[in-house]
Design a protein around this ligand. Sequence first.
Ligand code: HAM
Length: 410
Amino acid sequence: MRDILPPESGRWRRFTEVFADVVERAGYGQLVTPLLEDLGVFTRIGDATDVVTKEMYDFVDKGDRHVALRPEMTASVCRAFAEHRPTVPWKIWYAGSNFRYEKPQRGRYRQFDQVGVEVLGVDDPYLDVEVIALAWEFYARLGLSRVNLIVNSLGEPGDRARYVEALRAHFTAAGDGLSEQSRATLDRNPLRVLDSKREVDQEHIDAAPQIAEFHGDDAAGHFEAVLAGLRALDIPFTIEPKLVRGLDYYRRTIFEFQGDTLDSAQNALGGGGRYDGLVEALGGPPTPGVGFALGLDRTLLACDDEGVFPAAPPVLDAFVVDVTGGLQAVALTAELRLAGFAADRGYDNRSMKAQMKLANRSGARFALIVGDDELDAGTVVVKPMSGAGEQIAVARSQISSYLASHPPQN
Ligand code: HAM
């Protein structure tokens, strides 16, 4: 878990603002859910996933309730849907922190942030296309270009169950040829063996049956429509038959965005898919759902690697340097801020030299200097900090209009 200091914290906020702008123009409204939920909300994600069995921050609270910090937000959205029964389609976006007790490393943290969308109540494959396109647009807005979309379909629940059994048989036949870790995974969840990056497992994974062979007509038709929609929008994708994703609630379409500048173990910038049975499992009516979550922490690492979406400190219009005691700076900054300018000032009545140093460091466009002479004359010295232009004395009452008539040059 980390502290996020300025200016990086400002970048975090802008990240969410850009995301909100993209999805709100597509009709999504923000849902805010509690960080803490009843443990049962998350066990519905699947008792065969590490996220639930090993990584959850769960505890018994003072009221004897077994609760957990959310490890992701899809289950909370479905819980909220089952509770409030809003009209469908329910198009929701969210942003916030999640908690997983994972082994921390670059791009993998125990508290990490996500932004995401979920849509409940719509079966339409073109909705899957819409949500993927929104993530794609968001990456473009950040300036990221080295992002690969990979897609797969897990089929209907029956298809998936038959596939899991075929995989179990296939990997069981491999016996000791499989790594010890994968043999343990096999017991719990044969699908996740496909995720193994261990060398010894690769030949068995390559020879494993593929999910598409198990798709019934419905799932196959749905998937074809999704692919056709992506092609129609010119969104490049790769079909990855081994993509299974880490959570058990998925059915039919699943997808992942991978950043090719990052280490392969942490290269998933985001992912999502359909989870048509989850609302029902949480006590709601049968309701189809689809969505994604994008990892903020990791996506910003990808931005660093690509040199885009930099952290930028807020730009100040003015830094007030007052060497008459400080009261002029109090009044002038207050006045400028009310007029809509960004203004800061020096404190502790420090020397002109010390305050000018601060003005320089602040990155402000202008230093506004008030000394005894200016105070007597009712003026302020305006000094452009960019190096361009002469400093001039401006009447105290004209400062706001002077700044307004000298806007930032881009
Ligand atoms: P997920 O794949 O578990 O899916 O997480 C989505 C993204 O969150 C990952 O691709 C990654 O960028 C980020 N992430 C996950 N764990 C960590 C971590 N420990 N540290 C840093 N970043 C992390 C979900 O959470 C699903 N709820 C997505 C979804 C929404 N499916 C349908 N709707």
